[in-house]
Every structure is written in structure tokens, then in C-alpha cells.
Design a protein around this ligand. Structure first.
Ligand code: DOR
Ligand code: ZN
Length: 428
């Protein structure tokens, strides 16, 4: 299929036409034409490289009532994504070549984004012995990111061993940094507010202690470490220190940690329960600044769909996690672009270029230029949309943004030149 995108502002620059042909960007220029081409009017729209998520929970296999590879892929495409990493905490856990290949195949069948399976670090996420990392890396799914997300690889000797293995595979350990002995029964950020609300606190030190330990281990081994969902100002400081020392560490922050604070817990609405928890205003500011200056490499959604019965209960028994794919770009627009902390090239870097590099993905995170794969999105930055949970493509409804007006609307997404989203709607 041949498509001409008319008048798109690539990375917010001057309007140009894009010719998409045979899965690639064939030309970028003025007044392009091609016989039989579909024309997409992009007047006023910003073109960005297709987004890449390092951290998506697709829930298949095992919890297809909460999300499937297909419904999550559709949510991703609507959010402007062309590739997502599918987290390993499924049932069964993605700790073998068989399971990661199954997830990868389901992604291919859905065909809406490239679904890149993450492999578990330890068998069953139990933190006892390493999973078959090499077999997962060699499988059709070509796993490069390994994570026990949902759980921390808490044993330092096992973490060291995992780093040694992934180094040989050109992979990376994506650590869910949470010292479990410090978060027993934890419900929200530890501080005055948790004391007042009577909810057990999750101290910042439980995250920071693991990050500090792991950057030292990564340096010792000479391996790559990626830190999932960084949530505290102290974590940003440790990362800044580690990077200044040449440690091969990268980190991500979620949209919700960029926008929301622990004040949301005042409502006792479990939609705001998440792990790590929402933190303080000072943390939010440090996270925005860390993302702006590159200390934090990427925005990753931690899209965590949950069925109604797992989420709509009293706070203490609700599962942690919130949706993110469909609103991530809008939250970044509101928290970083509009305040002038990040320009469009910066958005492309933190939401596409760097995540693709961390995941060692080919064909994503590439410039919008002739010869490159046609993985891109068109955004209307002037639109303002009030989030309606009922309108989401995800099978779950646990969005923390319900009723909130957010800037920006993804108008179109192209995966290898084929529209997966047009006029803001998923292409069937
Ligand atoms: O809030 C969270 N939800 N944090 C995690 O680490 C796991 C995730 C999930 O799987 O629901
Ligand atoms: Zn996690």
C-alpha cells in the first residue's frame, strides 16, 4: 500500500509530505504525489517516530479477562506505539522459550504493534534460580530484556549472576527496584500522609537501596542494567551519580509518576494504588527534571490492566497497577512539552529512540527520513480530550485519568507503512 501524508510537521518542524511505500518512508518533501496513493491530511499535525514501550503488561497467557495481546496491542496503537515490550508476569510466567514464542506469535497475529516479549529473570519469578535466559534470547522472540517485574530480584548473588548472563547475550536486566523486607504490607508512599490515612508506608529507601546496590553490581560485572518505573528524587540522584561514573545504567519513568502524587490516595480510590506508589510533589518535579536532562532515559507506561473484581475493592486488597498506553503521550505533553522541559525531538528520544536502543530493537526509534521503516504517528497537539474509561480499547477500565482533560490526540499510527490508527480510531 502507498500512502502520502500531506503537510506533517516532522518533530514539530516545517510542514512536509511523507511518501510511505513498501513499508518504508520512500520520500520526504514538498508536493509529493503517487498514483493510487491514499492521501492522509496532516495539516497541523506533528509527526513522531512510532513510540516504543519498554514496560507493558498484556496479561496473556492467563488473565485474558483483564487484557489480551490483541486488546493491549490496539490500546498501544491508539497511543501512538509501534512496539511494546510484554512483561513476563503472565500465567504461566514467560520464563521459557515456549512461552515467549507464544506471546510473540500472538503479537504477530494481532499485527497492530510489534510485541516484544520480556523474559523472566528467575523461574516462576520466584527469585530462587535463573530462568533459561539463553534459550529465550535464541528463540524466535529474540528476547533481550529480562525482568521479574512485579517482583524484585532481591538476592544480590542472583542479580550478579543474571547480569553476567545478560552481558553475554547483549541483553539487559530490567529491575523492579523494591527491597521486599522494607515493603511488607506496603500500601502507599511512606510519610506523614500514610500515617494520617492509616495505610502502611512504602519508603523511598526501599527503591533507592536496590538501585544503589544494582548500579554497583552492574559496574562490577560490566553489564547493562535498566531500572523500571523510577519514582523518587533520591533514585534520580543515584542514577545521575552512576551515569557520571560510566555505569551502563538506563532508567524509565511512568506517565503516572510524572503527573500524579500521593495526594490521590486521600480518596481511598484503589485506581490510584500502584507499585511503586505515587510519591510527593518534590519527587514528581525531580522525575520531570531527570527525564528532561536525560538522567532518566525513557518514559515507559507500566500499563497494568486489572479486572474489575481485582481493582474495585477496598484499598488494601486491590491489586496495584493502572492503565497507561492510550494516554502516555498526552501526559508527557502536559507535564514536559507544555511547560517547556522537552521539545518534540526530546519526546521522540525518550519515547522511541532510547527505548528502542535499550531493547535492541531494529526498525524502531529511527528518524523520519527516506529509506527508514515507516513506523510513525501523527499527533494533533492542539486537541484536548476528556478521558472516558468506557471508550478505551483496553479490556480493563482502571485508568487514573478518568474525567481528566489532557492535551493531544493521536490521529494516526503507521506500522511499516500500514495504518493501524486513522482519524483517531483503530483500523479494523
Ligand atoms: O503496579 C504494578 N502493577 N506494579 C508492578 O510492578 C506490577 C504491575 C502489575 O503486573 O499489575
Ligand atoms: Zn514493576
Amino acid at each position: 500500500m502507498t500512502t502520502i501524508v500531506k503537510g506533517a510537521r516532522v518533530l514539530g518542524g516545517d510542514p512536509a509530505d511523507l511518501l510511505l511505500e513498501d513499508g518504508r518512508i520512500a520520500a520526504v518533501g514538498e508536493r509529493l504525489s503517487a498514483t493510487g496513493a491514499t492521501v492522509v491530511d496532516a495539516d497541523g499535525l506533528v509527526a513522531l517516530p512510532g513510540l516504543v514501550d519498554l514496560h507493558t503488561h498484556l496479561r496473556e497467557p492467563g488473565r485474558e479477562d483483564a487484557e489480551t495481546v490483541e486488546t493491549g496491542s490496539r490500546a498501544a496503537a491508539l497511543g501512538g506505539y509501534t512496539a511494546v515490550h510484554a512483561m513476563a508476569n503472565t500465567d504461566p510466567v514467560a520464563d521459557t522459550a515456549g512461552v515467549v514464542e507464544q506471546v510473540w506469535r500472538l503479537g504477530q497475529q494481532a499485527g497492530l504493534v510489534d510485541v516484544v516479549p520480556v523474559g523472566a529473570v528467575t523461574v516462576g519469578l520466584r527469585g530462587e534460580r535463573l530462568a533459561e535466559l539463553g534459550a529465550m534470547a535464541d528463540s524466535a522472540a529474540r528476547v533481550r530484556v529480562f525482568s521479574d517485574d512485579g517482583h524484585c530480584v532481591a538476592d544480590p548473588a542472583l542479580m550478579r549472576r543474571a547480569l553476567e548472563y545478560v552481558k553475554a547475550l547483549d541483553g539487559v536486566v530490567a529491575q523492579h527496584a523494591e527491597e521486599p523486607r522494607l515493603t511488607v504490607g506496603a500500601q502507599m508512599n511512606e510519610g506523614d500522609r500514610s500515617a494520617r490515612l492509616g495505610l502502611t508506608g512504602w519508603p523511598a529507601a526501599a527503591e533507592e537501596a536496590v538501585i544503589a546496590r544494582d548500579v554497583l553490581l552492574a559496574q562490577h560485572v560490566g553489564a547493562r542494567l535498566h531500572v523500571c518505573h523510577v519514582s523518587t528524587a533520591g533514585s534520580v540522584e543515584i542514577l545521575r551519580w552512576a551515569k557520571s561514573r560510566g555505569v551502563q545504567v538506563t532508567a524509565e519513568v511512568t506517565p503516572h509518576h510524572l503527573l500524579l502524587t500521593e495526594a490521590c490516595a486521600e480518596s481511598y480510590d484503589p485506581v490510584f494504588k500502584v507499585n511503586p506508589p505515587l510519591r510527593t510533589d518534590e519527587d514528581v518535579h525531580a522525575l520531570r527534571a531527570g527525564l528532561a536532562d536525560g538522567t532518566i532515559d525513557a518514559v515507559a507506561t507500566d500499563h497494568a490492566p486489572h479486572a474489575v473484581e481485582d481493582k474495585e475493592s477496598e484499598w488494601a486488597s486491590a491489586r496495584p497497577g493502572m492503565l497507561g498506553l492510550e494516554q502516555a503521550l498526552s501526559v508527557v505533553l502536559q507535564t514536559l512539552v507544555e511547560p517547556g522541559l522537552l521539545d518534540w525531538a526530546g519526546v521522540a528520544d525518550r519515547m522511541s529512540v532510547r527505548p528502542a536502543a535499550i531493547g535492541r530493537l531494529d526498525g524502531h526509534g529511527r528518524p523520519i527520513a527516506p529509506g527508514e521503516p515507516a513506523n510513525l504517528l501523527l499527533l494533533d497537539p492542539a486537541a484536548r480530550v476528556t478521558v472516558d474509561p468506557a471508550a478505551l480499547a483496553s479490556r480493563s477500565r482502571n485508568t487514573p485519568y478518568a474525567g481528566r482533560e489532557l492535551p493531544g490526540r493521536v490521529v494516526a499510527t503507521f506500522l511499516r507503512g500500514e495504518a493501524t490508527v486513522l482519524d483517531g480510531k483503530a483500523v479494523e
